[in-house]
Design a protein around this ligand. Structure first.
Ligand code: SAH
Length: 239
């Protein structure tokens, strides 16, 4: 193939990909199937969460070369050694937070921005922090393109949370520390809920943490495998 022909093929396939991304309807069927077979079948009952999982275009948050796997039952690489979580885990963590339209949420580990988009459909405002600059930038662009105007992405280390907007009704931590970071607990409202994977990779558990009368109550939910939380936590002696 000549270089010119190669370039033409490349341009056409990129155009096809962006058409595929825009023609959202072509994914409705697989998205419904994902919800029924992977999410409802595993016990997620909150109809609002199921509805949002049917609505949010997950394929908009995965690299183009994984477009055909966007709705499959596993995490996917998003580059920089990081992953977009398995759809079921996104739904489970969302359900655990019991969100309302007024909730103010903090997410640590924006990654692709998909989890933030799911939260934004159910809550008032989502503040999300990502430590890898390239991922923070890409997630911000994806969320902007899809008009998620109630999501605010900050590039940085989420260990100390986002004090300017604290306290939060709910927190979701999508990178695993070995212990729950104390500053995050401090920024959780009384009665607030936090979904967090804790433990050494790959043997972690997902916990639901609730702040009740100033004290923390922890409930172990299921075994999970998240990428480790990095940065300040490693120096804080908590990791
Ligand atoms: N919620 C994401 C998946 C997250 S993967 C999604 O929906 O796609 C975990 C992310 O946490 C990675 O992008 C990683 O870079 C980020 N991360 C790890 N340690 C962090 C820290 N201390 N502060 C903020 N982000 C962190």
């Amino acid at each position: 193939m000549t270089l010119l022909a190669f370039l033409l093929v490349l341009i056409c396939s990129i155009e096809n990909v962006s058409e595929a991304r825009n023609a959202d309807d072509s994914f409705v069927g697989v998205r419904n199937q994902m919800v029924e077979r992977q999410i409802r079948a595993r016990g997620i009952k909150d109809e609002r969460v199921l509805e949002i999982m049917r609505k949010v275009p997950r394929h908009e948050f995965v690299p183009v070369y994984f477009l055909d796997q966007a709705y499959e039952d596993h995490p996917l690489s998003i580059g920089e050694g990081q992953t977009i979580s398995q759809p079921y885990i996104v739904a489970l963590m969302t359900e655990l937070l019991s969100l309302t339209k007024d909730s103010k949420i903090l997410e640590i580990g924006t990654g692709s921005g998909y989890q933030a988009a799911v939260l934004a459909e159910l809550a008032g405002t989502v503040y999300t922090i990502e430590i890898v600059p390239k991922l923070a930038h890409q997630a911000r662009e994806s969320l902007k393109r899809l008009h998620y105007n109630n999501v605010f992405v900050r590039e940085g280390d989420g260990y100390f949370g986002w004090p300017e907007h604290a306290p939060f009704d709910a927190m979701i931590i999508t990178a695993a520390p070995e212990n729950i970071p104390k500053p995050l607990v401090e920024h959780l409202k009384e009665g607030g809920r936090m979904a967090i994977p804790v433990g050494q990779h790959p043997n972690q558990s997902l916990y639901l943490v609730q702040k009740i009368n100033g004290r923390i109550e922890k409930k172990e939910i299921i075994p999970v495998s998240f990428v480790p939380m990095v940065g300040l936590i490693e120096k804080a002696g908590e990791s």
